[in-house]
Design a protein around this ligand. Sequence first.
Ligand code: ADP
Ligand code: 5GP
Length: 224
Amino acid sequence: MKKTKSEGQLIVISGPSGCGKGTIVQEVLKTNKKTWLSISCTSRAPRPGEVNGKDYYFLKSEEFEKRIKENRFLEYAKYSDNYYGTPRDVIQEKLDQGIDVILEIEIQGALKIKEMLEETIFIFILPPTIKELKRRLEGRNTETKDKITKRFLTAYKELNEITKYNYVVVNDKVDIAAKKVNSILLSEKCRVDRIEQSYLNSLEEELHEILREDKVFINEKLDI
Ligand code: ADP
Ligand code: 5GP
């Protein structure tokens, strides 16, 4: 018998650029086979080594705008002069299969998801220090100095929105941060609102049966 709801959970992961969201998510995907990362569309150019269809679906701005008009995004936002959006398709299919779906998205998109789907789990990733954030962002070597400054300005604004999230994970060590994310997902599965009423009913039925066998008379007016 199904004891708790089997459908997957939607998880939003955000945090300042370079804090290690992508790295943590890859570790979660590796260690938790019941998770799936939604691949976003973006109008930004691929970084060296990024693969179309794996890291992002890389689209021209015009194609992105066409898909906005066609309502093909669950959410989308403009970030650092580029479009980013979550395709609608596949997500519900994965959730129905009992797979937790991760959206690694920035905060404007996260807030749109919060308005639409309030049961979503919102996790904010923080770097241990801003100095370390700078070191990671520069060390990744994917953005020009100008673009890094722009991302820092965005991070400054994003920090003010942290209380809109349910959980915060500080990314000191990747494996520990990923374990924390997995623990959050597990705890969320144990929420009392995920219990199946039919399972509770069956427990009650069993209890009645045992009490009947033991000839305990149940007076429904008695508070037992
Ligand atoms: P984001 O997805 O948040 O922009 P990335 O996952 O791309 O960040 O990480 C940015 C850089 O920091 C990468 O070079 C990555 O290898 C490195 N990094 C991520 N997590 C850690 C960590 N816990 N300790 C040291 N370096 C890290
Ligand atoms: P990057 O250019 O570093 O890959 O991503 C920039 C920011 O866009 C990151 O904060 C990332 O989480 C966010 N992002 C990636 N995909 C999406 C998406 O589909 N929607 C939104 N709103 N943000 C996204």
